[in-house]
Design a protein around this ligand. Sequence first.
Ligand code: ZN
Length: 222
Amino acid sequence: MPEPLHIVHFPHPVLRTRSRPVELLDENLRRTVRGMFELMYAARGIGLAANQVGLPFRFFILNLTADPEQPEHEQVFINPEIVKRHSSDEAEEGCLSLPGLYAPVQRAKRIRTKSYDLEGNLVETEADGLLARAIQHEIDHLDGKLFIDYLGLLTRAKIAGRLRQFEKDYAAAQSSGLLAATESLQAYVDEIRKGQGVPEPVLPPRLPATVERPSESRQELS
Ligand code: ZN
């Protein structure tokens, strides 16, 4: 049941699925990456992991400018690994799979990563600040983790109502037939996960080339 590529929201089960490594750098992967950038820009995010578009594979994209007019800042991380972490830092995060929800999260301040690009080159990245935070947030997605998993009891209590609302919206989409039952969603994810490569994407209809920039400084991390 291939659907046009779209961003899935909490509590979709793919967000809790550990992704498998990418083994094929093919046209399906490249077209999927392109579609993900378009979805990310339309949602005014700076990053998007494959799980967030329903694909249990280890790759994510970033553009810290969130600006489709600055494609030179686009980055693709395939099979990423953090090889070094240094010191820690707290800052507010958001997530395109939990839109509108923000909370402070403790992360390593500086990291070094190894990943592959779309041409199969091994890339080492030294990151700090927002880049380091975004990479850690995205790698968590690939491991089935969400930023809300890090929150203390007090913050959790504060956002409990919002999470319940996401659950209600998800259940409502299922009852109205817009979204399949959780078991079928999970079965579909498991089936893709067994395949060798990223399935041929059904790309979303072409989005406008220019997207209004966020008016506030807050941005969804991914
Ligand atoms: Zn996210």
